[in-house]
Design a protein around this ligand. Sequence first.
Ligand code: SF4
Length: 360
Amino acid sequence: MSQASPSFHAAFPPRHDWALEEIEALFDLPFNDLLFRAQQVHRTHFDANAVQVSTLLSIKTGACPEDCKYCPQSGHYNTGLDKEKLLEIDKVVEQARAAKQAGASRFCMGAAWRSPRERDLTVVLEMVRRVKALGLETCMTLGMLDNAQAERLAEAGLDYYNHNLDTSPEYYGDIITTRTYADRLETLGHVRHAGMKICSGGILGMGETPRDRAGLLQQLARLDPHPESVPINMLVKVPGTPLENVADLDPLDFVRAIAVARILMPTSHVRLSAGREMMDDATQALAFLAGANSIFYGDKLLTTENPQVERDRDLFGRLGLHPERIDTCRDDAAQQALLDDAMIRRRTDDALFYDAAGVH
Ligand code: SF4
């Protein structure tokens, strides 16, 4: 349960200078050796049986002008998705309040935009203020930001900003053509400069090579400091998107990527994100063993299915996992009780957990 001593921490200090060959060598380790090493790193920095749990609400759905080939929200593809305009502030606050009552500690809000327009940003800033006032951590994914937008979000109280790198710089152009890798890094720079925490990861199983997977993790590990949250998604092949027929990724290769992410970014929360519903329990268990320590909790993940809460509760119970305690909570015991309760009660209110993958 307890974390290791500071002297043991020094054995796995965060690095930002990983060479691609070093990362590929980690991927090439025998599976058991890789997972053992990842566990060592994981236990140095975290309670190995605690998993951070977030809920996420899509505040604006579909009709996105970007052409991300994996995304059902792109306006370039016909996926039959129900589009929704920006939600009203009161509705968002209402759902945040309900999420808090159900035990959520962080409330993530996602909008399918290339970048927020001024009139939308004004509304979004008020959402941040009011959700924050409920005592929740706040996270948003709104597309690209300039420096001034990032500063205003930070001033409003936004804690985290999600903006994924998606894949390696080399493969990126095969997946998205409407904005560049440099654009993404620039937004992350603005977020960091404004003092917010970064949530950034990628998607595996998009037809990339093993070297691309190493390249993605190298880019994330180069960020200094590392992203506080690193979502590793397994592609959900949505009919109507260009990647609907791409070959499946071996689940063991997915677990390897989780383990390498854990080793490269030892103090980051590595999030087992979209694609969980396609994984059997054993694969998810291996992912937790490899160092994943964050999930979205709910019935939906943006526009893709997420495992039912009942299944999460059952898996947590069988693995002896528990929701991560929130250090900033005034009453840890009460908060923990709420989180535990939230994990064991089957939710009947689907709307509360209209979750987002944070796929931007
Ligand atoms: S991933 Fe984000 S930016 Fe890309 S199409 Fe989907 S909603 Fe738009």
